[in-house]
Design a protein around this ligand. Structure first.
Ligand SMILES: NC(=O)C1=CN([C@@H]2O[C@H](COP(=O)(O)OP(=O)(O)OC[C@H]3O[C@@H](n4cnc5c(N)ncnc54)[C@H](O)[C@@H]3O)[C@@H](O)[C@H]2O)C=CC1
Ligand SMILES: O=C(O)CCC(=O)C(=O)O
Length: 528
């Protein structure tokens, strides 16, 4: 596997990638040398970027082998998510790793801008001792309006309360409990927050809704002398409107870490004395970068190994613990899904997944993805994984329905799939024994207690003497060892199903010979 790193990440992260046995190329020029990046990206399985490298549709068209985009950081606005998902490319980021640094930088900008610290610093460094032009303002007793009370917004809120500020916030997407948790006053309308605030700090992602959300209209109603901070994404506070509001004396100062176009040395904001700007340094601390570097390395490695990753952006969000608890169900789901196309050939119309018992309380959407991955992987040329499995079903006109039951009969937990075609319904079910032992417990109404192994022979036969012996003899003759064997029937003398786990592939000829045995109705080698 080859990984390309196009922006500076901590040495610890590079070491972790190298230690995993991958081939790593680091070339930070590629973040801006677009032509060369497009030329070589086909050679890589994964790319690790920060906020400068643009991962867009044109990039994906060149990245024909790409499986993973690792964003060493939080915001993913430089990454086209739809393009990644369509191609089954997993996008991972490190949302928790730099939040404290970003919050602290926000506070640094807020204090530095309202006390003119950088301006005074330049002045005295130029050998001018003059205190007259730098009078600032206190924070105590002032109102801080936070837009977006997520990870960073809430860290800023609680820290600024220690300065004696009244903190209010606008975030229509979070619960009242979250506002109470941080003792932050909920403001229902952005306009009201703007009117009430002495300081405004934005902490939303950059989306269609948030881009320009503090603009000319908002500045018209803001308190004269309001101070603003943007350590989130360029453009959430409209840059032209900000320049105008500063020139008109509405905004007294601005602390800015991010610009719409980066890198940027020509923004008009750079010409304004009461604007202090840092070149996107919010996450630039030793701690954050080490954290980000190591986390992104671990995630890219696990994503390349094909599994679920806790911080995958285009997959269901899972915490580490949840993922641990789900691991065996993901394997079971994939096994159940894989059975279908290896036992049946009918086009699928609908897939029903029924979770019962303890598994019903878990985050099962990931298990459903594992089932879909298992269903489609054996028959599709293009890559099917957790990222695009649902889309693959949708594109093939297959509806997927999940349901949950608390009562489950004989099993503590059970995952059952009903694959519905025009002619019939295929069913399979499995359970997890103890903490992680997956078992197939039913196929098409025949009950088993079978541990999935890489090779399984599944036979439908008439329930009569001699069947097992004949199969055993034929497999023995072709040097295939039977590991375990189970036979299931519902009515004596009618159809039965055999489930034989074998230690190796079974060649076509042997399969044909078994298929020709009188009483064998169907034989398939299933690879799980
Ligand atoms: N300057 C830097 O170096 C860094 C910047 N960031 C940026 O900081 C920002 C915040 O990051 P996190 O706190 O981790 O994100 P988060 O996802 O934890 O929180 C974002 C919050 O914004 C809210 N939100 C979304 N749309 C909104 C809207 N229209 N109006 C009001 N609220 C809205 C969400 O409900 C959520 O609570 C992001 O833009 C991220 O890219 C993050 C790390 C470093
Ligand atoms: O330092 C970086 O790579 C950018 C940090 C950032 O903006 C983020 O993590 O969203």
């Amino acid at each position: 596997m080859k990984v390309l790193v196009t922006e500076k990440i901590a040495e610890k992260g590079i070491e972790a990638l190298k230690n995993s046995g991958m081939e790593i190329d680091v070339d930070i020029q590629l973040s801006v040398d677009r032509e060369r990046l497009l030329d070589i990206i086909k050679n890589y399985d994964a790319i690790v970027v920060r906020s400068v490298t643009k991962i867009d549709e044109e990039f994906y068209q060149h990245a024909t082998n790409l499986k993973v985009v690792g964003r060493a950081g939080n915001g993913v606005d430089n990454i086209n998510m739809e393009g990644a998902t369509n191609r089954g490319i997993i996008v991972v980021n490190t949302p928790e790793a730099n939040t404290v640094s970003a919050a602290e930088h926000t506070i640094g900008l807020l204090i530095a801008s309202c006390r003119n610290i950088p301006q005074a610093n330049s002045f005295i460094k130029n050998r001018n001792w003059d205190r007259s032009g730098f009078k600032g303002t206190e924070l105590q007793g002032k109102t801080l309006g936070i837009v977006g009370l997520g990870r960073i917004g809430s860290l800023v809120a609680t820290r600024m309360q220690a300065f004696g500020m009244r903190v209010i916030a606008y975030d229509p997407y979070i619960t009242d409990e979250r506002f109470s948790k941080f003792s932050v006053e909920k403001i229902k309308k952005l306009g009201d927050l703007v009117k009430k605030s002495d300081f405004i700090s934005v902490h939303t992602p950059k989306t269609e809704e948030t881009f320009g959300m503090i603009g000319e209209e908002e500045f018209k109603t803001a308190k004269k002398g309001v101070r603003v901070v943007n350590c989130a994404r360029g453009g959430i506070i409209d840059e032209d409107a900000l320049v105008k509001a500063i020139r008109e004396g509405i905004v007294a100062s601005a602390g800015i870490d991010v610009l719409v176009n980066e890198p940027n040395t020509t923004s008009p904001l750079l010409d304004l004395d009461n604007v202090i700007i840092t070149p996107h340094l919010g996450a630039d601390t030793v701690e954050a970068q080490n954290n980000v570097g190591v986390t992104i390395a671990q995630e890219v490695i696990s994503a390349l190994k094909g599994g679920m990753v806790p911080n995958a952006v285009n997959l269901p969000t899972l915490q580490h613990q949840e993922l641990e608890a789900l691991k065996s169900y993901l394997q079971l789901g994939e096994v159940l899904g894989k059975l279908y196309h290896q036992l049946e050939k009918k086009p699928i119309e609908k897939i029903e997944v029924i979770y019962s018992g303890t598994v019903a309380d878990m985050e099962t959407s990931a298990v459903t993805l594992a089932i879909l991955k298992g269903v489609f992987e054996p028959i599709l040329k293009e890559r099917v994984n957790y990222v695009n499995a649902r889309l693959t079903a949708k594109n093939r006109g297959i509806s997927v329905v999940e349901s949950k039951q608390t009562v489950n009969g004989d099993y503590m937990n059970k995952v059952r799939i009903n694959i519905i075609t025009k002619e019939k319904t295929f069913t399979a079910a499995g359970t997890i024994f103890g903490k992680k032992d997956a078992r197939i417990v039913e196929v098409n109404g025949f009950e088993f207690d079978a541990t999935p192994t890489p090779y399984v022979l599944v036979a439908n036969n008439t329930d009569k003497p001699g069947m097992i012996g004949q199969i055993g003899t034929l497999l023995g003759a072709s040097k295939v060892n039977i590991a375990t064997m189970q036979v299931s029937r519902n009515v004596k003398g009618q159809e039965a199903m055999m489930f034989l786990t074998v230690d190796s592939e079974v060649d076509k000829e042997t399969l044909n010979m078994i298929g020709n045995v009188e009483g064998i109705l169907k034989i398939n080698l299933v690879k799980l």
